[in-house]
Design a protein around this ligand. Structure first.
Ligand SMILES: Cc1cc2nc3c(=O)[nH]c(=O)nc-3n(C[C@H](O)[C@H](O)[C@H](O)COP(=O)(O)O)c2cc1C
Length: 207
């Protein structure tokens, strides 16, 4: 398959307009099953070390589980507030959408039981493969005009227990998905002045 210049524009548009969506933007509107499946299928197309495909997905719609996860977020975020006590903006940030999003999705890394091609020197490559799947899902969600937010202010072991994760798994991401009232044009942490956008020059080193 060959792509053309319009395809690159579309791809770039999806990438540029992807946003992390928090609870203040989610609509109380069901996400169609076929769209959830499309997002999950996008995850399955990701590259993975040694083609190990080490991902597991737990789809969470149960309000009781969501409430417990939210409680854990609150506990962890209270700790974070103390860490950022000198940056007064932190306490006003909305950093999750666990209860507002109709769909929560935990993305796990299943530790391999045998040796994996490509993981003999760098042991984190399996986890990084799962992150590739997450990015694919994030972009597919955006192409479907569905918002996705990544919540990482959670205590891994508590969440694994709450969602009854299979043995030998690690929590890579806890995602919130749903339709939104608006996709912000600019990352919120940029517009609020929390961080500046880096230029290519700042990121690129040529040797
Ligand atoms: C690994 C990872 C963890 C993140 N964790 C959180 C989080 O806990 N809460 C939150 O509000 N946003 C979280 N984000 C979203 C980032 O804040 C967001 O991607 C960044 O500010 C840029 O904004 P944009 O995604 O809208 O472009 C996370 C993003 C990544 C990649």
């Amino acid at each position: 398959m060959q792509f053309n210049i319009e395809d690159t524009t579309t791809l770039l548009n999806i990438m540029k307009n992807r946003r992390d969506v928090r609870g203040n933007r989610f609509l109380n509107k069901e996400v169609e099953e076929e769209k959830i499946l499309k997002i999950l299928q996008a995850g399955l197309t990701a590259p993975s070390v040694g083609y190990s495909q080490p991902w597991k997905f737990i789809l969470i719609q149960d309000a009781k589980i969501k409430n417990s996860v939210f409680q854990n977020f609150e506990e962890e975020n209270n700790k974070a507030r103390k860490i950022f006590k000198d940056k007064t903006l932190y306490k006003d940030l909305k950093l999750e959408g666990i209860k507002e999003a109709p769909v929560n999705l935990a993305v796990l890394y299943k530790e391999p039981q045998e040796k994996i091609l490509g993981m003999t020197s760098q042991s984190k490559m399996g986890e990084y493969s799962v992150v590739c799947a997450i990015q694919n899902m994030w972009l597919m969600a955006r192409a479907l005009n569905i918002g996705l937010g990544w919540v990482s202010i959670l205590e891994e072991n508590k969440i694994l227990k709450l969602i009854k994760a299979p043995k030998n798994t690690k929590l890579i991401a806890y995602l919130c998905l749903g339709y939104v009232d608006e996709f912000l044009e600019v990352p919120e942490l940029k517009s609020l002045g929390w961080e500046d956008e880096k230029t290519l020059n700042e990121c690129l080193i040529i040797r």
